[in-house]
Design a protein around this ligand. Structure first.
Ligand code: SF4
Length: 291
């Protein structure tokens, strides 16, 4: 395995020089801004997140501001970011922050994890990036980089394994600020250089330390990876129905939703899912609206 000190040193220096200038990385970004960005960035590229993030923080600069509006306002502002349940999760977290923490985003991993809709990754990321606490932050990009550099495997397992967590814990700097820089640096390397397909090894600061490269890039032979298909899926259908509701101020007649997605059985199933999930409210037998 590559020398851990050397690995950390190279990635930290590379990040120092190549980090993208993003608003949630600014030292002035509040813990709330970091939490909002982390939820929005899950499975969504930076370019799509940026405009929604900025509008969101302008409308709701603190958890109390978001907690004071109906959930429908959050769903509307989520726009086309995808996976809109995240808007409801953020709203629920804002309410809990107001009720349990006097409106201040808590500063420990445990208290963050206890917020509704906040999982291990988000709790660790906010504790690390907003409060400079030393935590293992394992997102897809970090996992891919470590898997390639250390384990000589092109893609990590579908879910985080014990071995991966132990490896990441062993590499974690003890000092909180350095740990935060290490986490975000590894994340950035995975996002812009060690990308999922077609890694740019010629621009990689740890190319000569990379076990997967040294082994001659052995082909991935693990279980099939999740596809990225979107067209025609329930997810696309739900997105289309929500878009219609977002674009109207008041309740929308069923016929308008029918026109937005022609496949009736799929449309009915998706509408029911949206209602059951709290993303859409059934106003009458024939009309629907954002909650
Ligand atoms: S050398 Fe290539 S595969 Fe290895 S970490 Fe760098 S970009 Fe990724």
């Amino acid at each position: 395995m590559a020398d851990p000190d050397e690995l950390r040193e190279r990635i930290l220096s590379w990040y120092d020089e190549h980090a993208r200038d993003l608003p949630w990385r600014d030292p002035s970004a509040s813990a709330w801004a970091v939490l909002v960005s982390e939820v929005m960035l899950q499975q969504t590229p930076v370019a799509r997140v940026l405009p929604v993030y900025e509008q969101w923080l302008e409308a709701w600069p603190t958890p109390a501001d978001l907690a004071a509006v109906p959930t429908g306002a959050a769903v509307r502002a989520w726009g086309r970011l995808g996976y809109p349940r995240r808007a409801l999760r953020l709203h629920a977290a804002a309410v809990a922050i107001v009720e349990r923490h006097e409106g201040r985003v808590p500063d420990t991993y445990e208290a963050l994890l206890a917020l509704p809709g906040v999982g291990d990754y988000t709790a660790a990321a906010v504790a690390s990036f907003a409060y400079r606490r030393s935590h293992v932050v394992l997102d897809t990009n970090v996992r891919r980089v470590l898997s390639r550099v250390v384990a000589a495997v092109e893609h990590p397992a579908r879910t985080v394994t014990r071995a991966e967590r132990d490896l990441a814990t062993g590499l974690l700097p003890a000092d909180g600020s350095t740990a935060a820089a290490w986490a975000v640096g590894t994340m950035e390397l995975g996002a812009v250089v060690c990308v999922a397909s077609g890694p740019r090894c010629g621009r990689c600061p740890v190319a000569d330390l990379c076990a997967w490269r040294a082994a001659g890039y052995p082909a991935y032979d693990g279980p099939p990876r999740r596809g990225q298909t979107y067209d025609g899926t329930d997810r696309q259908c739900r997105g289309r129905l929500l878009q219609v509701l977002r674009e109207c101020e008041g309740p929308v007649h069923r016929g308008t939703l029918d026109a937005a997605w022609p496949a009736a059985a799929q449309r009915d199933r998706c509408l029911l899912w949206l209602v059951e999930d709290g993303l859409v409210a059934r106003v009458s037998d024939e009309t629907y609206a954002l909650p």
